[in-house]
Ligand binder design. Structure first.
Ligand code: SF4
Ligand code: SF4
Length: 408
């Protein structure tokens, strides 16, 4: 295996690459704003019938980031809805009045680490790649002693271009947010990770103060880069470039994060775009804007590789809806027996041999000690993508990790 490239090469799915400009979106007539992280009703701060300003906090969850109103307007209804990405979630139906802007607010204190982390918490910022609140990530990075903080601009799913679009739109803003995040978690160095050398060069030309870091073009680029940097003695942390830009906005203008950039793509869409939308916009409206007609055969949110399939197109956009892939037909996989090619092991960034783990799982008395490293699986699905037999390895790995954890 030595000398062979790790990861898996993903083929582009369209002849015409997706444009990297970000489109504005027609203001929706209603928004179902998901109060992500709100576990009890008392954490919801509004009631039906309330009139609220743009940027009013809608929730104050104990263990998550607050959610802010993406527009002024009146609250019509509050109820629990089941979202494919999040499960049962309290959602607020807001009838927006788009004639109001964010009211002026005082800039947050940002002199030292604690103040910056408090600002990240108050801004309601969520990392678009993993859905985690920024303040929690910063605290965790500080605890772990991260020395190199990387702004994540790696769109390593061939359907997605939202991270690169955000970076190209305003690299300086991303750099400012990343520098502040590095200060907050005590990282000595910060860089922006992009997938190709060409993209890295382009970033550096657009913004000479930014030193990009080419991560490579094989999937999963981020995990492979992390592994490489770890071997060189670095402890790294990644923050999505959208979260970085939102942090810079909050520090400068006290504007909380209420919108996100989503790539809408797939063969059921006639004009794929990167679209900036307020949270709570229905996926159906996004599809309609990009020329998606009728009901597609299958829709995925998050990413086409690791994202979730959605059947209800009235599902609202959340801050980590990086991508919406609409396909004319639901993909059908044919599965064949393992041919022992080893591609899954070469693709894995965590040193797991998925074929060997599956072999153990199929035995009457599986031996957890022979499922080496399976507890470190990050569910990137590179093994499943690489497998020529079409075996759904990732779900087997997650099952094996549970099995090993249980010590059975
Ligand atoms: S899903 Fe798990 S086993 Fe498969 S490639 Fe990713 S980390 Fe490795
Ligand atoms: S990639 Fe698929 S066929 Fe090849 S060894 Fe792994 S499980 Fe077997």
């Amino acid at each position: 295996m030595i000398g062979l490239p790790r990861g898996v090469r993903l083929e582009p799915h369209r002849d015409e690459p997706l444009k990297h400009e970000i489109q504005g979106f027609p203001q929706p007539k209603q928004l179902w704003v998901p109060l992500v992280g709100c576990t009890v009703r008392s954490e919801c701060l509004v009631e039906p019938g309330d009139w609220i300003e743009k940027g009013t906090p809608l929730s104050a969850p104990q263990f998550a980031a607050p959610v802010y109103a993406p527009a002024a307007g009146s609250i019509k209804e509050i109820r629990e809805r089941t979202l494919a990405q999040k499960g049962p979630t309290t959602c607020v139906l807001l009838i927006p009045d788009w004639s109001y802007e964010f009211p002026e607010r005082k800039k947050p204190a940002q002199g030292h680490q604690e103040e910056l982390i408090a600002a990240a918490a108050a801004a309601g910022i969520v990392d678009e790649f993993d859905g985690l609140p920024l303040y929690k990530k910063l605290k965790r990075f500080r605890r772990r002693g991260v020395n190199l903080l990387l702004g994540n601009a790696i769109d390593d799913d061939p359907y997605v271009a939202s991270a690169v679009a955000v970076l190209r739109e305003n690299p300086q803003r991303v750099a400012e947010g990343l520098a502040a995040a590095a200060k907050a978690c005590g990282a000595e160095e910060w860089r922006i990770a992009a997938s190709s050398r060409k993209e890295s060069k382009r970033i550096h030309e657009a913004c000479p103060t930014v030193e990009p870091f080419p991560a490579g073009e094989r999937y999963p680029a981020r995990a492979l880069l992390k592994r490489e940097l770890y071997a060189k003695g670095n402890t790294t942390g990644f923050i999505g470039v959208q979260a970085c830009a939102a942090f810079a906005d909050f520090l400068e203008k006290a504007v909380p994060q209420t919108e996100t950039v989503v790539t809408v793509n797939g063969d059921a869409v006639s004009t794929p775009y990167n679209v900036r939308v307020p949270v709570g916009t229905a996926l159906r409206e996004l599809l309609g804007f990009c020329g998606g007609e009728g009901t597609p055969g299958a829709c995925f949110v998050g990413s086409s590789i690791t994202g979730k399939q959605v059947s209800d197109l009235d599902t609202p956009v959340t801050l980590d809806t990086r991508c919406l892939v609409a396909l004319k037909r639901a993909p059908r996989w044919k599965t064949f027996p393992c041919i022992g090619c080893g591609s899954c092991a070469r693709a894995c960034p965590r040193g797991i041999r998925p074929w060997a783990v599956c072999d153990q799982l199929s035995r009457e008395n599986p031996d957890p000690l022979r499922m080496v490293n399976v507890q470190h699986c990050i569910a990137c699905a590179a093994c499943s993508v690489a497998c020529p037999s079409g075996i759904d390895l990732v779900s087997q790995m997650l099952r094996a990790a549970e099995f090993k954890k249980g010590g059975e």
